[in-house]
Ligand binder design. Structure first.
Ligand code: SF4
Length: 197
């Protein structure tokens, strides 16, 4: 219990630091930085790309249209959003929702690494190319999705991609279910032969 409280305090301190961070140019145009949110004991940690317009205003991750898609898919997969930790590769909104630049991702990476280190989830779901590049230095989500790296990182599509292309929805939910299987110690998931290390 004491350990958990200490981890919570460290996550909260990190969030405070992120909210006043000026390490990269994205700090100039942000309204609110979005550190991420979730319990310190979360077994699943989700990583997206960057805050969008709604997140920039609210200071919370995935509260816009892509967030609605994420919420519905989580619900369908039987995952309670309040029990997972959700964050992004960069914590401040890039202008016009452009993809974050490499130096911005680099500047922000220590925050993401610290969050993963503190939460110690059983699976980290990397949603989309930016998150996958930031953590694994790999690109090409279409070919990487459904694969587990370093026994903890599961690659899948970003909810915004699911919003644009409804055909990805089933695959995205399948990957969320696979993450649940990983949490329960079942990998590769028995119900789908396509999942492998
Ligand atoms: S994106 Fe990350 S590194 Fe850049 S200012 Fe925001 S919190 Fe700091």
């Amino acid at each position: 219990m004491i350990m958990r409280r200490r981890t919570r305090d460290q996550l909260d301190s990190l969030a405070l630091e992120i909210r006043s961070c000026r390490r990269c140019p994205l700090s100039k145009d942000r309204t609110k930085a979005v550190p991420g949110e979730g319990p310190e004991w979360a077994e699943i940690l989700l990583v997206g790309e960057a805050p969008g317009r709604d997140e920039n205003l609210a200071g919370r991750p995935f509260v816009g249209r892509a967030g609605s898609v994420l919420d519905r898919c989580l619900e369908e997969a039987g995952i309670d959003r309040s029990r997972i930790f959700i964050t992004n590769a960069v914590k401040c909104r890039p202008p016009n929702n452009r993809r974050p630049k490499n130096d911005e991702v680099e500047a922000c990476r220590p925050y993401l690494e610290a969050q993963i280190e503190l939460v110690q989830p059983k699976v980290v779901i990397l949603m989309g190319n930016a998150a996958t590049k930031a953590v694994l230095d790999l690109e090409g989500v279409t070919s990487l999705r459904g694969r587990l790296f370093k026994e903890i990182y599961l690659v899948t599509f970003h909810p915004a991609a699911v919003l644009r292309n409804g055909n990805l929805r089933e695959v995205f939910i399948s990957d969320l279910l696979a993450a649940k299987d990983k949490v329960d110690g079942r990998w590769p998931p028995a119900r789908d032969e396509d999942y492998s290390d």
